[in-house]
Design a protein around this ligand. Structure first.
Ligand SMILES: NC(=O)c1ccc[n+]([C@@H]2O[C@H](COP(=O)([O-])OP(=O)(O)OC[C@H]3O[C@@H](n4cnc5c(N)ncnc54)[C@H](O)[C@@H]3O)[C@@H](O)[C@H]2O)c1
Ligand SMILES: [Zn+2]
Length: 346
């Protein structure tokens, strides 16, 4: 087991990497505890949960709503939870986000323990304190930033995930290495498949190093003013691709990273070799490095989504670029420049 400690304005968090879910009792102490989980995770892993009441939520983005939060508040009240209680969120990013939102708002905030059960949730969603629900068709429109007390990453729980879900989560790990940790990037080049097979020593090392980067960035810039924007590497274009082509998040981010790498190369920030290494690692994970199919229609839709990006300012957008392998910088990029590289990636 490896341990990290994140200290930010909205709280301090212990992140336990490779800790079995069975030890959760130690961290909840004598407080009244309630589990929030989704129905799939409960079915697969419920026998390992501590013996406390469970509130089950649905799956899919349609379950990440204020109605779900309201259902949770009512059940917590019925169970008599007061301000000294602790919510335990067990599940993927969705359950973590909803549990985090409920914990931040019920009685103005109760303690939160997260047990992420997808690779994306271990690498990203459970780390950094962001939570929220969707509203009126907007993702994460309502939410807060508040650190959980404890995050327990038990990689045994991830063994029930389909391979594509693991690969998709690894896009975030590759991203993190690419923007901030050249040593981790090299380690991934050599050990990616063992990590994806969840080999204990390898996955613990990789996730420790990857989470350490995110935690470090969050400590410096919790509310995403500048430093935290680097974590959006691959996401500006990735989100447009995810929304229009319906790819998994990590698959879309993988293509988005190749677009950002292409722009970085054109600006002299990355070499051809850097881009080739990134592409090779993405492909090794079984993720796409190029847009699937050649349909001009798809490209048009992506460009359209990009031009409607809410972070756009005039004809430009602030975007995370790579600055060689292991470093990043945020620069203003013209939408036309992004479109040019997208054309090349078709
Ligand atoms: N708060 C943040 O900083 C942050 C960052 C990234 C993403 N997110 C959020 O995370 C969500 C996506 O998370 P996700 O990709 O983990 O998806 P998810 O939580 O929707 O889980 C995907 C599917 O996997 C199932 N599942 C979960 N754990 C499993 C396991 N161990 N074995 C088998 N199946 C399992 C779930 O039931 C679900 O059907 C989005 O809502 C996104 O907004 C939040
Ligand atoms: Zn992401």
């Amino acid at each position: 087991m490896r341990k990290l400690h994140l200290k930010a304005k909205t709280g301090e968090c212990d992140i336990l990497i490779g800790e079995p879910i069975g030890s959760i009792q130690e961290y909840m102490g004598n407080a009244q505890a309630v589990i929030i989980t989704d129905k799939n995770v409960r079915k697969l892993h419920g026998d390992m949960f501590p013996a406390v009441p469970v509130i089950e939520i649905g799956t899919g983005e349609g379950a990440k709503t204020l109605e779900t939060a309201q259902m949770i508040y009512k059940k917590l009240a019925e169970l008599g939870m007061d301000r000294t209680g602790v919510i335990i969120g067990i599940g993927g990013g969705l359950a973590c986000d909803v549990a985090g939102f409920a914990a931040a708002t019920y009685m103005r905030g109760v303690k939160l323990i997260l047990v992420p059960t997808t690779l994306l949730a271990c690498a990203d969603a459970a780390i950094g304190g962001k939570n929220g629900v969707n509203l009126a068709g907007y993702k994460n429109l309502v939410g807060t930033i508040r650190q959980p007390e404890t995050v327990i990453c038990d990689f045994e729980l991830l063994k029930t995930l389909p391979r594509e879900e693991i690969a998709s989560g690894f896009a975030e790990v590759i991203k993190t290495a690419c923007i901030a940790d050249a040593t981790l990037f090299t380690y991934l080049e050599e050990n990616l498949l063992q990590a994806m097979n969840l080999k204990k020593s390898v996955i613990e090392k990789v996730m420790h190093d990857s989470i350490a980067v995110k935690a470090g960035i969050v400590e410096k810039d919790e509310s995403e003013k500048n430093e935290r924007m680097k974590l959006n590497f691959g996401h500006t274009v990735g989100h447009s691709i995810e929304n229009t082509l319906g790819l998994r998040h990590g698959e879309a981010v993988a293509i988005g990273m190749m677009v950002a790498a292409g722009i970085s190369q054109k600006r002299g920030l990355a070499s051809r070799k850097d881009c080739d290494r990134l592409q090779a690692l993405i492909e090794k994970a079984g993720l796409p490095a190029r847009l699937p199919g050649k349909s001009k229609e798809n490209l048009g839709k992506i460009k359209d989504a990009l031009s409607k990006d809410k972070k756009k300012r005039g004809s430009a957008i602030r975007m995370a670029l790579m600055n060689g392998i292991g470093k990043a910088r945020v620069e203003e990029v013209q939408i036309s420049e992004i479109e040019g590289v997208l054309d090349d990636l078709c």
